[in-house]
Design a protein around this ligand. Structure first.
Ligand SMILES: [Zn+2]
Length: 119
């Protein structure tokens, strides 16, 4: 049997961690319902092209980190919502329990490893 209480505990911890990380580099936009990276800081007076390029890169890398964290957060939130359902942790194809390591990699997984590409 899957230990749903333990899974839920882990998911909630991960959700808090992800949210903390997101808060460090971005903010939640209530209008779009998405996280976005902080824009460039405008407190630096330097404006030569190298510095501009660096800052642009920083923003780019923050944006892609936000995207990765946000995708993971969505999976975790989906799993937290679905965990109450009877079907949680069971393969949608064969009905068997989904392997623990697969659930760890993707907490919102709906199929076992054998059927992961068939759903
Ligand atoms: Zn299966």
């Amino acid at each position: 049997m899957l230990d749903k209480d333990k899974i839920k505990e882990d998911l909630e911890k991960e959700k808090a961690d992800l949210t903390d990380q997101l808060k460090e580099i971005g903010r939640f936009n209530k209008e779009t319902d998405e996280w976005e990276a902080f824009p460039e800081e405008q407190d630096s007076p330097e404006s030569d092209s190298n510095a501009m390029a660096d800052r642009f890169e920083d923003f780019e890398s923050r944006s892609s980190t936000v995207k990765v964290l946000e995708e993971r957060l969505k999976l975790v939130e989906k799993a937290l919502k679905d965990i109450r359902k009877e079907s949680f942790g069971k393969c949608a194809v064969c009905g068997k329990e989904i392997e623990m390591d697969r659930l760890k990699a993707n907490p919102a997984a709906e199929t076992c490893k054998k059927h992961m590409n068939k759903a």
